[in-house]
Design a protein around this ligand. Structure first.
Ligand SMILES: C[S@@+](CC[C@H](N)C(=O)[O-])C[C@H]1O[C@@H](n2cnc3c(N)ncnc32)[C@H](O)[C@@H]1O
Length: 240
């Protein structure tokens, strides 16, 4: 396994570009995009797309009128984001050391990124630094129930969801997925929900919304267990 999560993502950049851009291929296109974007407020001064990848979220936000700047620690992905015909500018940078000035943004989004970060507290602290007071951080993460467990294929249908390694202890994982001829390895870090909530409140955020995202079309599996979690947090005007 690569020494860090970001090096793991760097080694899969090409596969990710193909995967993320394949029409209708993954959850973003199938059911996740609208649910995430519907929570995002109308455009403001500057929207930061943290962990922008090849840029699909930023392109969708730009089409809705947002002035988007992407940041990704993987140079190949930041380049792919910028060079796309409808792309937005993107800088190479770590979420825990954002190349953005203090209070430079009024909205920051992190779509399926924060469960992939080596330094969660650093990234949330940096999000607080670059947002103006009252600014919002919109996160979609792999639901901690999802990363803690798995459907057990060896038993009756519908398969039971089992958490045999425990929920409360953080651990790294690498999920290898092959679908429709495309391969991707998702490297991430399981963290219990309290690691996110403590980190957010420790950096002066107030959580406004938590939404658990299921896949209603997958009746026997992901309609029963939430796949993703949306968190909307506002930087408190009385924050730290
Ligand atoms: C699952 S992809 C999501 C990409 C994009 N948000 C999307 O939904 O298409 C995770 C992204 O997080 C980026 N990433 C991982 N660690 C990072 C870090 N420490 N700082 C910035 N980006 C990071 C990866 O390079 C990758 O682009």
């Amino acid at each position: 396994m690569p020494d860090s999560l970001i090096n793991a993502w760097r080694s899969h950049a090409d596969n990710w570009i193909t995967w993320a851009r394949a029409p209708g291929h993954d959850s973003y296109w199938r059911f996740h995009r609208e649910q995430f974007l519907d929570l995002v407020p109308t455009s403001g001064r500057c929207t930061l797309d943290i962990g922008c990848g090849e840029g699909r979220v930023g392109r969708d936000l730009s089409a809705r009128g947002h002035n988007v700047i992407g940041v990704d620690a993987c140079a190949d992905l930041a380049r792919a984001c910028t060079s796309h015909a409808d792309g937005c500018p993107a800088a190479v940078g770590d979420a825990a050391h954002l190349p953005i000035r203090d209070s430079g943004a009024d909205l920051a989004v992190g779509f399926l990124v924060f469960q992939d970060l080596d330094d969660l507290d650093g990234a949330i602290g940096e999000s607080a630094r670059v947002l103006c007071r009252g600014g919002r951080l919109h996160l979609a993460i792999v639901h901690p129930i999802n990363s803690a467990g798995r459907f057990d294929p060896g038993r009756d249908w519908p398969p039971p969801f089992v958490i045999d390694g425990g929920y409360t202890r953080p651990f790294r994982y690498a999920d290898e997925i092959e679908r429709n001829g495309l391969k991707m390895v998702f490297h991430g870090q399981h963290r219990p929900l309290r690691e996110y909530t403590r980190s957010l409140s420790g950096s002066g955020f107030v959580i406004e919304t938590l939404e658990e995202i299921t896949d209603p079309s997958d009746r026997d599996k992901w309609a029963r267990i939430p796949m993703f979690l949306h968190i909307v947090a506002r930087l408190d005007t009385n924050g730290v």
